[in-house]
Design a protein around this ligand. Structure first.
Ligand code: PXP
Length: 237
């Protein structure tokens, strides 16, 4: 069974809707760990739309499992990663206007920048993962950067709502996992995984970790709202 890392970005999204203090992702991370998750993931975006620098700093001090920092390969983020020293740095592409990470890194086109970034992070003893699409050329290129791990983008599989397309995308993930292992890289997977589509992906031998965020935070709202209302009613009485 792969390890489960929970991405808590969207706890911060709700907090940032009011620019206030609640809900605090630090408290959420504590509960996530208490529930048995193997790690906490946060994406510190250039525009700080959800997770803030303060969150990352405190999480580094409080997370007792593993902290995975997703970030773009920019000099600002590299400086932060070297200071905070998370357990894993996952390099992701980032566009300001996107709603979420849209695709994997184009390692082929950006091999120089990525090799330099991976090199700098690894010189400072950081474990580096690259988020890429399930594509053999990207995997080959990722290996040449010196990264430790590849996180295979499962978004196209997750979004496929026609049987044939879903099967096609699933096979791409299976092949990519095999090829990644053949290239002596460790394998994680994530993006768009939910309570319906996760089973098949978690059954693929060789995937060490799954990184899941949105579906878990969305479900938390649904399973928690009834209790939250009852508590408020009690106070109103
Ligand atoms: N992996 C990476 C690299 C991501 O950027 C994200 C989204 O932040 C995830 C996994 C989690 O995706 P989701 O929120 O759809 O579960």
């Amino acid at each position: 069974m792969p390890r489960l890392n929970v991405n808590i970005d969207h706890v911060a999204t709700v907090r940032q809707a009011r620019r206030g203090l609640e809900p605090d992702p630090i408290f959420a991370a504590y509960l996530v760990e208490l529930a048995g998750a193997d790690g906490i993931v946060v994406h510190l975006r250039e525009d700080r739309r959800h997770v803030q620098d303060r969150d990352l700093k405190i999480l580094k001090q409080t997370v007792k499992t593993k902290l995975n920092l997703e970030m773009a390969p920019t000099s600002e983020m590299i400086e932060i990663a070297l200071k905070v020293k998370p357990d894993t740095v996952t390099l992701v592409p980032e566009k300001r206007e996107e709603i979420t990470t849209e695709g994997g890194l184009d390692v082929l086109t950006n091999s120089k920048l990525l090799s330099r970034t991976v090199g700098e992070l690894k010189e400072n003893d950081l474990f580096v993962s690259l988020f890429i699409d399930p594509d053999i050329n990207q995997i080959r290129s990722a290996q040449s950067t010196g990264a430790d791990m590849i996180e295979i983008h499962t978004g196209s599989y997750s979004e496929a709502n026609v049987y044939e397309k879903r099967e096609y995308e699933f096979k791409k993930i299976v092949d990519a996992v095999r090829m990644t292992i053949e290239h002596d890289l460790r394998v994680a997977a994530g993006h768009g995984l939910n309570y319906i589509n996760v089973k098949r992906v978690s059954s693929i031998a060789g995937i060490e970790e799954l990184n899941i965020g949105h579906s878990i935070i969305a479900r938390s709202v649904m399973v928690g709202i009834e209790r939250a209302v009852r508590e408020m009613l009690q106070l109103c009485k």
